[in-house]
Design a protein around this ligand. Structure first.
Ligand SMILES: [Ca+2]
Ligand SMILES: [Ca+2]
Length: 137
């Protein structure tokens, strides 16, 4: 009986370890609602002044490891264009708050703040330098 419960504990511990390991990949999996348009609640980055390449998030996140998405009329897929240091515009459709977008350079963050007003804003001095965005700060 004791051996059996120890084994169950070991299995539970192994499952916990696996869950912890999987966190970084799920953090990079934030793709908003998984659909092309910048929907209510999403934070949307634009590669250029056009609409083809976008990347959308629900949550605060680092931009490293994310690529812009594009929609070819039938399939919504990932492009080869990275998001980090490569975005021009942002639209904040967060349901609750403003966001800030930052560039980390020389150990210091430069932040720009954007209201959740559905406007499409140029990233200013941090365009093509964006490393991260944060909600409600
Ligand atoms: Ca979307
Ligand atoms: Ca940067």
């Amino acid at each position: 009986m004791i051996a059996r419960s120890l084994r169950a504990t070991a299995v539970a511990a192994a499952l916990t370890a696996a869950a912890v390991v999987s966190v970084p990949s799920s953090a990079h999996a934030d793709n908003g609602d998984g659909r092309p348009d910048c929907a209510h609640g999403e934070i949307c980055f634009w590669y250029n002044a056009g609409n083809t390449y976008q990347k959308q998030f629900w949550y605060t996140g680092d931009h490293g490891g994310n690529n812009f998405m594009y929609y070819n009329g039938s399939v919504y897929r990932e492009s080869s264009e990275r998001v980090q240091d490569n975005a021009l515009h942002v639209t904040n459709r967060d349901t609750q708050c403003r966001i800030r977008v930052g560039d980390l350079s020389g150990g210091l963050w430069t932040w720009r703040y954007f209201p959740n007003d559905n406007g499409r804003y140029h990233l200013g001095e941090i365009n093509n330098r964006n490393d991260r965005h944060e909600r409600c700060v």
